[in-house]
Write a protein that binds this ligand. Structure first.
Ligand SMILES: CC/C=C\C/C=C\CCCC/C=C/C(=O)SCCNC(=O)CCNC(=O)[C@H](O)C(C)(C)COP(=O)(O)OP(=O)(O)OC[C@H]1O[C@@H](n2cnc3c(N)ncnc32)[C@H](O)[C@@H]1OP(=O)(O)O
Length: 317
């Protein structure tokens, strides 16, 4: 199959947020069928004008939400094909979801997973960094900071059910949860930023240090190491590895266990463990954003990103 060149790729990314109505109908049917299975299943939609077809407003469903209010938790599934890459629109919508969760009295915890097979999240959308423009770049980075602050700093219980690849920003999302279960298989997880010619921001680094310790992080970050599920388990990057068919069941079992702990004591404990790390970014948000813009605008970084994008586009053997 012919692969798009970089120009059409950029155009694609602009419009990739729009699926055609046909697909939307299929997804709506899926959500209906799940409701009939007696699940409280709602969808989150972004509706915007598809400028590639002036007459057709398009709908894209970025998230599926299954709420089990009687049990006190929900399942939030990423659904941004093809790889759940984190762009401004996706992060903005995720932040709205996280706000709703934080405000909900009925929800104690969330299982974060992906609706797409074999992929949890491919991390930041590289097209948000390639040929970056100051205004969009600032909005994008601010939204990402917000996501991490809300997720890592949340008092709620977050369990990541990692059903596939989870590089870079995908790994950050997983590490920001309280417990990680990963599917066995040919998948990779880790902070691989150096392989793209970029440096992991200090709060990515700190999150990893808090998860797997200083020495392992020092090696992992410099090498841009992507771990197999077994390797990730060995260094505590994930807490459990399981067969795909029991992933959600195992996540639910953990959720029940975590929900059974006295809430205030657990929340105070969690916040005492994470407060300093979160405060550090909150204190430096603006300078962190400026560093991001300045760093990504460098010719050398743009060259690296271009090469990486081109390599991703090469036909696979
Ligand atoms: C303050 C800070 C100061 C300084 C720091 C400066 C800079 C900031 C650093 C920011 C930190 C960065 C964090 C990141 O998350 S960077 C992103 C890293 N992600 C990756 O490296 C993953 C790349 N993708 C893959 O390896 C594979 O796609 C993956 C996930 C293993 C899945 O493989 P597969 O199922 O075979 O799918 P394809 O490879 O065929 O991909 C399908 C399709 O998706 C496109 N794509 C994949 N990943 C991304 C991505 N991250 N962004 C955008 N697009 C992506 C891919 O090109 C294919 O497109 P196509 O059009 O060919 O279908």
């Amino acid at each position: 199959m012919a692969r798009p060149n970089l120009k059409s790729l950029l155009r694609l990314s602009q419009f990739a947020v729009n699926l055609n109505l046909n697909k939307t109908t299929q997804l709506t049917n899926l959500s209906k069928s799940l409701i009939t299975q007696n699940r409280n299943f709602s969808t989150s939609k972004i509706i915007r004008q598809d400028t590639s077809n002036n007459n057709a407003p398009a709908t894209k469903i970025n998230f599926y939400v299954e709420e089990y209010k009687d049990k006190g938790y929900m399942v939030l599934k990423f659904n941004k094909a093809p790889v759940n890459s984190l762009n401004l629109e996706f992060l903005t919508e995720l932040n709205i979801q996280l706000d709703k969760i934080e405000q909900s009295k009925d929800i104690k915890g969330v299982i974060l997973t992906s609706h797409l097979p074999n992929i949890f999240s491919a991390g930041l959308d590289i097209l948000e960094m390639y040929q970056i423009k100051q205004e969009r770049g600032t909005q994008f980075w601010t939204a990402l900071q917000e996501t991490w602050i809300k997720l890592y700093g949340s008092n709620k219980i977050f369990i990541a059910a990692i059903n596939g690849h989870s590089p870079a920003g995908g790994c950050l999302l997983a590490m920001s949860c309280d417990y990680r279960i990963m599917t066995k298989g040919p998948y990779k997880i880790g902070l691989n930023e150096t392989l793209l010619g970029i440096k992991a921001p200090f709060w990515f680094r700190d999150t990893m240090i808090n998860t797997i310790g200083y020495r392992e992080t020092e090696k992992a970050l410099q090498l841009g190491k992507l771990y197999s599920p077994e390797e990730a388990l060995a260094v505590n990057l994930v807490d459990e590895i399981v067969d795909a068919n029991v992933l959600i069941q195992k996540a639910e079992e953990q959720m029940v266990k975590w929900c059974s702990i006295p809430t205030v004591a657990r929340e105070l404990t969690k916040s005492s463990m994470r407060r300093d790390t979160v405060s550090k970014l909150i204190a430096q948000r603006e300078s962190d954003t400026q560093s991001f813009i300045e760093f990504t605008q460098r010719d050398s970084i743009q060259k690296s990103l271009k090469g990486y994008l081109e390599a991703m586009k090469k036909p696979k053997k």
